[in-house]
Design a protein around this ligand. Structure first.
Ligand code: PEP
Length: 242
């Protein structure tokens, strides 16, 4: 059986108390399913300020912690930025780069996303490179071109053998309740996997009712989950059919 990646992107949500509660509920879930740790790679991506609390509460459970963003610079005069070296020191393992909200709300280009990813690699962090087409691009039949372009630019100059993950997140499926069909998601994830041969996750309205179908596809190694990662009950229910 393949290892399932279950990555929870909390976005700008949660609190110290919610982080603690989430960990306590996770512990209860793990005690019901002792085999789960070996079958899954679970990572929570809290807002920056909750990272220390998450590391403190999740590490013993075997749940890793990641950041939702990182600077393309090292330490220095960059007000409001957080360097990958700081995230590494705080206990992060993964960093999301190029999430569609960063690309579309904050105007991040693929070139900037690539710089951030390279900076993460230099600090020993594993980038989770997000790629995805808008509805307009999909309707215009441009999905393959858009994904190939974001992927090529995103991994430019990555050293051979670099550890990273790609998340295919169609923009029209994020937070809309309208997930891609397993067939469509598999097609795009296969395109990605054929090109980069690293774990490929699907993201966009994953929930307990559609996860098993999506994750059973050969090119989908798991999910990057937003809304359904905010409550431990929903998040772990995603694994109920595995
Ligand atoms: C995301 O933000 O990466 C995401 C996939 O969100 P949601 O699961 O809420 O669609």
């Amino acid at each position: 059986m393949k290892k399932i990646f279950l990555f929870g992107n909390w976005k700008m949500n949660q609190s110290l108390r919610a982080t603690e509660n989430f960990a306590a509920e996770s512990a209860a879930f793990f005690s019901e399913r002792p085999g789960l740790k070996a079958e899954t790679e679970i990572c929570i991506f809290p807002p920056f300020v909750l990272i220390p609390e998450a590391v403190k509460n999740f590490t013993n459970l075997g749940v890793t912690v990641g950041a939702q963003n990182a600077s393309d610079h090292g330490e220095g005069a960059y007000t409001g930025e957080v360097a990958p070296s700081m995230l590494k020191e705080a206990g992060c393992r993964y960093v999301i780069v190029g999430h569609s909200e960063r690309r579309h709300i904050y105007g991040e280009s693929s070139e900037l996303v690539n710089k951030k990813a390279l900076n993460c690699l230099t600090s020993g962090l594993i980038p989770v490179l997000c790629v995805g087409e808008t509805l307009e691009e999909r309707d215009a039949g441009r999905t393959t071109d858009v994904i190939s372009d974001q992927l090529r630019k995103g991994v430019k100059d990555f050293p051979a053998g670099a550890a990273y993950v790609v998340a295919y997140e169609p923009v029209w499926a994020i937070g809309t309740g309208r997930a891609a069909s397993a067939e469509d998601a598999e097609k795009v994830c296969r395109l990605i996997k054929d090109s980069v041969r690293v774990p490929v996750l699907y993201g966009g309205s994953v929930k307990p009712s559609n996860a098993a179908e999506l994750f059973s596809r050969p090119s989908i190694d798991g999910g990057l989950i937003g809304g359904a990662s905010l409550k431990a009950r929903d998040f772990f229910a995603i694994l109920k059919n595995f």
